[in-house]
Design a protein around this ligand. Structure first.
Ligand code: NAD
Length: 355
């Protein structure tokens, strides 16, 4: 199957391979250049920003402002955009451009993968989360019914432009769970005491420090994507570190994804230490990093046993009564099957379950 997806020269409709993206770092948004045959979708967060006015002046009706968020990732929104293109008589689209967070990226990636059997697209991620996560790996998805990311495709953005000026309005803490997750995956190769010490020292200029660090995080994610570009094997599953328990918390408490992943990482760190995959020193270092900005404790949240069990059963990584878990270890992440009862016992043991 992968050969079908590899980009070929002069074949406009081929989809782009997840492991072959060009990545560019820019300081300012005005350094971006587009083509007259591009269709540019911009996150409504930028509605009042001068660069959007400039884009509209230059590319006129080829600029569409979309309402970011989960509502955009729907067949209704897709159908509405396609209808607008017909109404405005816009047909010669050679490439799509997404400027926005992960929702705009997912929507545009999916649209690009089906429009006239596939067109290339370019992603300008504008949130920390989308720079380190959704802009890498080639997955696009829409929600369907109650199910998140239920339909989608593998169609990577051919180019990804990370623009520092665009994310500077956000705090990197908003993506802290995912930042720490990928940092933990990079263990023990690039993560070290030195890294931790620096992260404390550089607090004053934290945004710049994270900006430099995300290049390492991107490389780490790309490394795992390359091992399993179409998720046909299990290697890419390591990117789900902290996600099994994290998703339960995200759904139960309606927390942001990244915040929930912080709790998911705390859960798996404790389990990993208990099973001696990591030493006490490593456990303490990870914990320090996780709570760099605010303390994170088991006692922050408590969940009913039945609800926790029901959410566990709905996890996509289940096979029968087992779930594939990612454990941080001294030699890098390890994939281990655990039974649901082992998972629930661990939740109980660590104190997450309401008495
Ligand atoms: N395709 C993938 O591999 C992948 C991976 C991870 C997450 N995702 C998806 O990404 C989405 C989450 O992405 P997200 O967190 O970027 O959220 P998002 O796209 O939903 O954006 C969140 C909010 O941030 C605003 N925003 C955008 N840029 C901003 C900026 N520079 N400053 C301040 N606010 C800004 C948006 O308008 C929106 O209101 C989810 O739908 C998730 O499923 C996809």
């Amino acid at each position: 199957m992968p050969t079908l997806w590899t980009q070929r020269k002069n074949n406009k409709s081929s989809l782009h391979h997840p492991a072959s993206q060009k990545r560019v770092f820019l300081s300012k948004v005005n350094k971006l250049k587009f083509k007259d045959t591009d269709l540019i979708l911009v996150d409504d967060y930028f509605n009042t920003q001068p660069f959007l006015e400039k884009l509209k002046t230059k590319y006129k009706d080829r600029v569409f402002v979309v309402t970011a968020g989960e509502g955009l990732k729907s067949l209704d929104a897709l159908s509405s955009l396609l209808s607008q293109l017909q109404t405005k008589d816009i047909h010669n689209i050679e490439r799509f451009v997404a400027i926005g967070g992960g929702s705009v990226g997912d929507f545009t990636g999916f649209l690009a993968s089906i429009y006239k059997r596939g067109r290339p697209w370019v992603f300008v991620p504008s949130t920390w989360l989308s720079i380190i996560d959704s802009s890498i790996g080639g997955k696009s998805a829409l929600n369907f019914g109650e199910i998140k990311n239920h339909i989608g495709s593998f169609h990577a953005a051919a180019e990804v432009f990370a623009v520092q000026g665009l994310v500077s309005s956000q705090e990197p803490q908003e993506a802290w769970g995912e930042i720490v997750k990928t940092t933990m995956l990079a263990w023990p190769k690039v993560w070290s005491q030195k890294f931790l010490a620096e992260s404390f020292e550089e607090q004053a200029d934290f945004k710049n420090w994270v900006w430099d660090w995300i290049k390492t995080l991107q490389k780490e994610k790309i490394k795992w994507v390359k091992k399993d570009p179409f998720e046909q094997k299990s290697q890419r599953q390591v990117l789900n570190l902290g996600h099994s328990f994290g998703h339960i918390i995200e759904k139960h408490f309606n927390l942001s994804h990244s915040k929930a992943i912080e709790y998911g990482l705390l859960f798996i760190l404790k389990w990993s230490f208990e099973e001696k995959h990591i030493t006490e020193n490593t456990y303490n270092d990870f914990l320090k990093l996780l709570s760099l900005h605010h303390p994170i404790e088991v006692s922050d949240i408590q969940i009913e046993k039945n609800h926790c069990e029901a959410l566990l059963m709905a996890d996509k990584k289940n096979k029968g009564s087992k779930i594939l878990m990612v454990f941080p270890s001294e030699k890098g992440p390890r994939l281990i099957w655990k039974t649901h009862s082992e998972f629930m016992n661990q939740c109980q043991y660590q104190g997450w379950i309401k008495a």
